[in-house]
Design a protein around this ligand. Structure first.
Ligand code: HEC
Ligand code: HEC
Length: 239
C-alpha cells in the first residue's frame, strides 16, 4: 500500500494526521489502514469532488454502505477497483468500513447551478416529492425521506450528489448493470421513468441545498410504497 501514502497526505492529510496522533495499535491494524485504500478516490473522508463521479460515502447510512460493498463483491454492481477491494475483505471488515464512513459528518458541496430549464426542473420536483400516480411512480421522498437525506439503516440520501452521478446510477439500474437485493424496487422505478424524467429528477435533486441536519431519518414516517429487498423486513408491509 506504499504508493497510496502520497495521495492520502495530499488529499486528506489533516484529519488523518489528527486521528493518527495517538493511534492504538489495533486501530492501525484495522480501520485506519484499510480506509487508506479508499481515500484516493472517495477523498480522505469519503467525499466526492464537485465534478467527480466518485461518490461521497461519508454520512450515508451504514446499512446502505455495507449493502453496496457486498453488491460490488457479489457482482451486482461493477467497478473493477471496488470489486478488487471488497473481494479480499472479511465480512467483519466490510461492516466496520461501512460504520466508519457512516459516522463521518462532513460539510456537503454547495448545490449545483441549474443547467436545465424551469419546466424540466418543475417536472423533477413533482416526481421527487409527489410522484406520478398514473404511471405508478412513487415519490422519491416516500422512501428517501421527506428531507431526501435517506432513512436508516439502508436508504441513502439523494441530496448533495452531482446530477451526472444520479443519472448514471439510474441508467445502470435501467440497463441492469446495477442491481440491489431482490425485490429490486429501484430497478423497477428506474424502468418506469422516461429518459427525460430521469434528467428532470436528477437536475432538480442536484440543485437543492442540503438541509441543516444532514443525517438520515431514524425510521420511515410511512411504510415504503413498494417492497425493497435492501430495506429490512420489519420496516415494511408483508408481501
Ligand atoms: C479507484 C477508485 C476507488 C477506490 C480506491 C475505492 N472506490 Fe469506492 N467507488 C469508486 C467508484 C467509481 C464508485 C462508483 C461506481 C459506480 O458507478 O457504481 C464507488 C462506489 C463505492 C460505494 C457505493 C457508494 C454509493 O453511494 O452507492 C461505496 C460504499 C464505496 N465505493 C466504498 C469504498 C471503500 C470502503 C473503499 C476502500 C476500501 C473504496 N470504495 C475504494 C471508486 C473507488
Ligand atoms: C420504494 C422505495 C423507493 C422509492 C420510491 C425510491 N427509492 Fe431510490 N432507493 C431505494 C433503496 C432501497 C435504495 C438503496 C438500493 C441499494 O441498496 O442499492 C435506493 C437508492 C437510490 C439511489 C442510489 C444512490 C447512491 O448513492 O448511489 C438513487 C440515485 C435513487 N435511489 C434515486 C431515486 C429516485 C430519483 C427516486 C424517485 C424517482 C427514488 N429513488 C425512489 C428505495 C426507493
Amino acid at each position: 500500500m506504499k504508493p497510496l501514502l502520497l495521495p492520502i497526505v495530499l488529499l486528506g492529510g489533516l484529519s488523518l494526521a489528527a486521528s493518527a496522533a495517538e493511534p492504538s495499535a489495533t486501530e492501525l491494524d484495522t480501520i485506519a489502514q484499510r480506509v487508506r485504500a479508499c481515500t484516493p478516490c472517495h477523498g480522505a473522508e469519503g467525499r466526492a469532488t464537485s465534478e467527480g463521479y466518485y461518490p461521497r460515502i461519508a454520512g450515508k447510512p451504514a446499512g446502505y454502505l455495507y449493502n453496496q460493498l457486498v453488491n460490488f463483491r457479489d457482482g451486482r454492481r461493477h467497478f473493477p477497483m471496488m470489486t478488487y477491494l471488497t473481494e479480499r475483505q472479511t465480512e467483519q471488515f466490510l461492516l466496520e468500513m461501512a460504520a466508519h464512513f457512516a459516522a463521518q459528518e462532513l460539510p456537503y458541496p454547495p448545490p449545483q447551478r441549474p443547467n436545465v430549464d424551469a419546466a424540466l426542473l418543475e417536472r423533477g420536483r413533482v416526481l421527487a416529492t409527489e410522484g406520478d400516480a398514473q404511471r405508478e411512480i412513487p415519490a422519491c421522498s416516500a422512501c428517501h425521506g421527506s428531507r431526501l437525506m435517506g432513512v436508516e439503516p439502508s436508504v441513502p440520501g439523494l441530496l448533495g450528489l452531482p446530477d451526472d452521478y444520479l443519472i448514471a446510477q439510474m441508467g445502470s439500474w435501467r440497463s441492469g448493470s446495477r442491481r440491489a437485493h431482490e425485490p429490486d424496487c429501484m430497478a423497477e422505478i428506474a424502468r418506469r421513468l422516461e429518459r427525460e424524467d430521469l434528467a428532470a429528477v436528477a437536475a432538480w435533486l442536484a440543485v437543492q441545498p442540503v438541509p441543516e441536519n444532514t443525517r438520515p431519518d431514524p425510521a420511515f414516517e410511512q411504510e415504503p410504497p413498494m417492497r425493497c429487498g435492501s430495506i429490512p423486513e420489519n420496516t415494511q408491509a408483508a408481501p
